[in-house]
Design a protein around this ligand. Sequence first.
Ligand SMILES: [Zn+2]
Length: 153
Amino acid sequence: MRLLVDVMCGGIVSYLRMCDHDTVYAGDRGLEADDDALAVARNEGRTIVTRDGPLASRIDDSILLESREVEDQLAELAAAGVDLTLADDPAFCGRCNGPLERVDPAAATPDYAPNPAEFETWVCRDCGQHFWRGSHWDRVAETLVRVRESADE
Ligand SMILES: [Zn+2]
């Protein structure tokens, strides 16, 4: 999905990107004003995810969240039909939403990243951040399992 997450819901942004949703965070683009967020959503064909009822009511393509907690917000999204399955081959940078590409197993990587010959690794073409399926990925996967279970109840 193509999403625009408003400034009140920043905690869910990286989860959505890791689940292969093209996710613009309003805070990254300075879209604090409703009119600005609506214009971007319309121009780019994005569904607005927000806790702001009046904002959601101004556009058909919106998902209104009630919770303040990240896991509860994710459960609300799952209940609204947003697929929260981690991507096999992630396409969007969790930090900036830029395009990811696979790192060659023989390539050099920064000190914080593992050896790409041992771990599948991706790099963001926009911000240069490296990603791999390490402990952070595992924690996100566990969270999403809980979220999908609670959404099914
Ligand atoms: Zn990036």
